[in-house]
Design a protein around this ligand. Structure first.
Ligand code: PEP
Ligand code: MG
Length: 754
């Protein structure tokens, strides 16, 4: 077998010299293909570049017909070159024309060449083009030669990405710069226009060719050692881990970092003449390309881990910080991350953030909870985004539709700018309603409360003019903590929340974990149906130690104040009684130990398990207040998982069965003189809120951003008339699955803003 002339090191050195010459980009590319052909002892060397329209264009050739340059094009997937671009894998053939994908291009005159070796030109897992060598004789290309050509392709990738080909074509024509629209899962409402800020910035490797191979090997070894030590340190000191970096993740990372095959490939890449950084990039490119084709989720994850490590290693080698420098966050930053711990998001300056896009992480991920609290437009589940963006690229995030526009065209840009302006204007109008009481046109006063779960939510109480915090989801704090919060930590937290709104009542809900709300530091229990499983008050009653600790912390925090606590997922009166007994015992304990007890203690039950609908009078009598969790109540009534997009929208909240059930709860509250609030998401949507008022609700708790829209609906409604209208609709009993359309038409006809 023949080996390449002079080897890859010599070639790389020659290519670097050519790159430094001050000639046009086309001339440089022409010289490069000549060099590669000579070095590989091939008659042909050609470079194809992927254009924005997804066609591959012949950009330079040695050996094929020169007239074909910039004339011959093929689409990705067409012919051998297209196959390589599509698969992002090298292809070596001793008889190209026998390959089923071979497509003959007469203008190139390539029919006389038999053997063919092509490799993708990759950058960040993205295919920018294809590099090909061909020989007249039938021959088998060695592994070494394939590797050498891949390394050479890296150099070309830099040339393409650096915009140096500008002289040849407008770089905007290249695939690398094309506008792209990706669709993900909407996570936090809002529109963000700005520029990409990669949460884990990519290291741009400038120096590809090694001056001193043994020196580079030494740098590589040192960086690997330092990186391993840093990971070991993180695993050993779990307490200091960011909430996104849990032990399991780090252990996987450590496993990969110790993988011998990986380290061997890195060494080989350096031996072939690359700097340590370039070697990491080379190996990472291969891994990324493989990852993009991988459909097995487990293997994909493992390759992701590899990518993570490569990134850490690159940062180690260049001494750059592993995560974006928070101090220098530009204005209008849109953070792009694969995943992100919630604490990491809190580290960024909120004022500069316009949006967040995550490759992984759905609406229930922890970072989504924080993003929601911060009001940052967020889209999740956008695979492949990181590979096609660079820090600084213009980007638009639409948190309502889940669309992400990368390098948008001017018309998209201006449409969204208009959308954002309208939104801002509407927000201003809502802000002006802050101190206006929520009273209907016919004089019925409605109490609007706010849902919260984090300390950062609390300023919204004042901004929105909410009457109180009607639901404080305490589990969020537990989900963000690196380990189970101790009693004094809980005490401090609840006190800080109460102090943040001294003049408004706060209804704390005890831990509602289980189902989708997982505490990462608690042993995970495999359940067939987690939503129907061991969760919320069920855990509280079976592990009373946890519930007692939480209640005690709340009672202490509520010293000399009015304190309200409610229990989630109460399925029957007996459960409420058991929970209440625990709370009263704790109150007793507080008093006996000379702590100041709260001035008053009100204990409530959430109505969100349908069984309670048949014990309504009893629960209304026993509880100090009721709060309807319509999110869960509706999911259980319809047996349709609220987080499963296939079924979550299948049934409508505004259906006769749901409205009748909700009406019963409001009636039972009135009979027993027990206050009833509804705190599920439907209370925050103007049309649904209108229906709720019409069936008797006078108190709703919702996310802060919903208060303005719901209040402006209330100010414009004649409730007496709306009540009659909805009652007539429900009385029709016509089997319609929803009254939404009719109610909306009614609202529109009355100019009620929705
Ligand atoms: C509900 O179920 O409606 C509710 C308010 O609680 P969560 O969404 O936290 O389950
Ligand atoms: Mg619930």
């Amino acid at each position: 077998m023949r080996s390449a002339l002079g080897g890859p090191r010599l070639l790389l050195r020659r290519l670097r010299e050519i790159s430094a010459e001050s000639v046009s980009a086309q001339a440089r590319l022409d010289k490069i293909v000549v060099q590669i052909a000579a070095n590989m002892v091939a008659e042909v060397c050609s470079v194809y570049v992927l254009r924005a329209d997804q066609r591959l264009e012949l950009y330079a050739t040695e050996g094929l017909n020169r007239e074909a340059v910039h004339q011959t094009t093929m689409h990705s997937g067409e012919g051998l070159v297209g196959l390589i671009a599509k698969s992002a894998e090298p292809l070596a053939l001793s008889e190209a024309q026998e390959h089923p994908a071979f497509a003959y291009k007469p203008e190139t005159g390539e029919e006389v060449y038999h053997s063919f070796l092509g490799v993708p030109i990759l950058r960040g897992g993205n295919t920018l083009g294809v590099l090909v060598v061909q020989n007249k004789v039938r021959r088998v290309y060695s592994e070494e030669e394939i590797e050498a050509l891949q390394t050479t392709a890296m150099l070309l990738a830099e040339l393409i990405a650096s915009g140096e080909l500008q002289a040849i074509e407008d770089p905007r024509d290249l695939a690398l710069y094309r506008p792209a629209t990706l669709r993900g899962s909407p996570m936090v409402e809002g529109v963000g226009l700005g520029h990409v800020l990669l949460h884990e910035p990519r290291v741009v490797v400038k120096q590809l060719v090694a001056e001193d191979i043994s020196g580079e090997l030494g740098r590589l070894e040192q960086a690997i050692d330092a990186m391993r030590a840093a990971i070991d340190e993180l695993v050993a000191h779990g307490d200091r881990m960011g909430a996104g970096e849990h032990r399991e993740v780090l252990q996987t990372v450590r496993m990969v970092a110790n993988d011998r095959g990986w380290v061997r490939r890195l060494r080989e890449a350096v031996m072939s003449g690359l700097t340590a950084e370039a070697a990491v990039e080379r190996v990472q490119n291969d891994a990324r390309a493989r990852m993009q084709r991988q459909t097995d989720p487990y293997l994909r994850d493992r390759l992701h881990d590899l990518d993570d490590i490569a990134n850490r290693l690159l940062h180690q080698l260049t001494g750059q910080s592993y995560v974006a420098d928070r101090e220098s966050v530009p204005e209008n930053a849109i953070i792009v991350a694969r995943t992100m711990g919630p604490a990491a998001l809190l580290d960024y300056d909120r004022k500069r953030l316009r949006g967040l896009v995550l490759e992984e992480g759905g609406p229930t991920s922890h970072v989504a909870i924080v993003a929601r609290a911060l009001g940052v437009a967020t889209v999740g589940l956008v695979p492949g985004l990181i590979d096609i963006v660079e820090t600084g690229d213009p980007i638009i995030v639409d948190g309502s539709t889940g669309e992400v526009h990368v390098r948008p065209q001017p018309d998209v840009q201006s449409a969204y700018a208009e959308k954002a302006r309208l939104r801002a204007r509407r927000q201003e109008q809502y802000a002006r309603l802050r101190d206006v009481p929520a009273i209907t046109k016919d004089g019925v006063q409605i109490a609007l409360h706010m849902n919260a779960g984090l300390a950062i939510d609390m300023p919204h109480v004042h901004e929105t003019g909410a009457a109180s915090v009607g639901l404080f989801r305490t589990e969020l704090q537990f989900m963000l903590a690196p380990r189970f919060p101790r009693m004094d930590e809980q005490h401090r937290f609840y006190k800080a929340v109460l102090d943040a709104a001294p003049d408004r009542p706060i209804t704390f809900r005890t831990l509602d974990i289980g189902s989708d709300k997982i505490l990462p530091y608690m042993a995970k229990i495999e359940e067939e149906n987690p939503a129907l499983g061991w969760r919320a008050i069920r855990i509280g009653l079976d592990r009373p130690g946890l519930l007692r600790m939480q209640i005690r912390a709340m009672l202490k925090a509520g010293a000399d104040r009015d304190l309200r606590i409610m229990f989630p997922m109460i399925a029957n009166v007996a459960e409420f009684e058991a929970a209440r007994a625990i709370a009263l015992r704790e109150l007793d304990h507080i008093k006996r130990h000379d702590y100041s007890p709260p001035r008053s203690l009100r204990l409530g039950a959430m109505v969100e398990v349908p069984s309670l609908l048949w014990e309504l009078d009893l629960i209304a009598e026993r509880a100090d207040f009721l709060s309807v969790g319509s999110n869960d109540l509706v999911q259980y009534m319809y047996a349709a998982d609220r987080d499963n997009t296939r079924v979550s929208k299948r049934y409508d909240n505004l259906s006769p069965p749901v409205l009748r059930a909700l009406e019963r709860v409001a009636e039972a509250g009135r009979r027993a003189n027990t206050p009833v609030t509804l705190c599920g998401e439907m209370g925050g949507r103007p049309l649904e809120a209108l229906a709720l008022l019409a069936i008797g609700y006078r108190s709703l708790s919702m996310s802060p951003s919903a208060i303005g829209p719901v209040k402006s609906m209330i100010l414009n409604v004649d409730l007496d008339e709306a009540q009659v209208f909805l009652a007539t609709l429900l009385a029709a009993d016509d089997g319609a699955p929803s009254v939404r359309e009719k109610l909306r038409d009614y609202a529109l006809s009355r100019n009620i803003p929705l």
